[in-house]
Design a protein around this ligand. Structure first.
Ligand code: ADP
Ligand code: MG
Length: 264
């Protein structure tokens, strides 16, 4: 009974990757960037939902999560372009920053539109969580009760493990990947996501920079090593781990008040 479901889940991941990836030139997200400043494009229900949720997390985090961060992601070489040898100048960063503003993304009647040429969307901070939730629904609908889905650290559980009462997830030490700094118990249905600076980073001018960018300043975030977020669904856990990483410890309380159902 498991086999057709794993094929179904793989199908969901493949389809979403095809629609939502910035790396595929034929994806919905690439078309959205191509048509920026030109015309709205029709998008699938899934793309419309993820984009709407991304806007929602942008509002909730007062812009710390910004789905239009793509020009800066590319500038530092996390996207399609190579990483520059040194940190780009203030001027260059400021020019790209003008293209970053999630509130300008227009979503209407199944279409999406970016008003300025050069604007683009990057769903890297939310799409994996969304994919996990779609896979979760598909498993539940197939009648499976006890399972865990893990898409690169975006985890959601159902029921219980074979060997115990509760699903327990170890959180790695961001300073020593071989160590576990704590275990989190997940009740059925709960999700967990981690944003860290140790898995994807670049070096510019001999310094390490994380792949998460502060949309207020335009610079990669430097003050945070890792954040793990617990939420009712994987989209929220993924969508909130990025802004918690951005605001760091000093902004965490404020963000928690805005999103009372999540735990960090
Ligand atoms: P990971 O992809 O490593 O699991 P995250 O979920 O935190 O980690 O997502 C990081 C990705 O989100 C980056 O690779 C980039 O594509 C995108 N991103 C970077 N900065 C921001 C931001 N401030 N708001 C929204 N997305 C961002
Ligand atoms: Mg995230």
């Amino acid at each position: 009974r498991i086999e057709p479901v794993t094929a179904q889940v793989q199908g969901i991941f493949d389809r979403l990757e095809q629609e939502l990836s910035t790396y595929r030139s034929d994806s919905t997200i690439s078309q959205l960037a191509d048509q920026a400043g030109v015309a709205p494009i029709a998008v699938s229900d899934d793309a419309f939902r993820v984009l709407s949720l991304a806007r929602h997390f942008g509002e909730l985090s007062e812009g710390a999560f910004d789905v239009t961060v793509a020009p800066l992601v590319n500038l530092y070489g996390f996207g399609k372009r190579p990483t520059p040898a040194a940190l780009p100048s203030e001027e260059v960063i400021r020019a790209q920053l003008k293209l970053v503003d999630y509130s300008r993304l227009i979503l209407k009647d199944g279409t999406a539109f970016l008003p300025l040429k050069g604007m683009a969307v990057d769903l890297g901070g939310i799409a994996k969580g969304y994919a996990v939730d779609r896979a979760f629904d598909s498993c539940r609908n197939a009648g499976i009760q006890d399972f865990l889905i893990d898409l690169s650290g975006n985890i959601r559980v159902s029921g219980r493990p074979q060997w115990g009462e509760d699903w327990q997830i170890g959180v790695r030490d961001p300073f020593d990947r071989s160590r576990i700094i704590g275990k989190i118990t997940l009740r059925s249905g709960m999700a967990l996501a981690t944003s860290g600076n140790y898995e994807r980073f670049v070096e510019m001018g001999g310094q390490r920079y994380s792949h998460i960018i502060d949309p207020k300043t335009g610079y990669p975030v430097t003050g945070t090593a890792g954040v793990t977020v617990l939420a009712q669904d994987a989209t929220t856990a993924d969508g909130m781990s990025t802004p918690f990483f951005v605001v760091g410890l000093k902004g965490a309380d404020r963000l928690r008040q805005k999103a009372p159902s999540v735990d960090i």
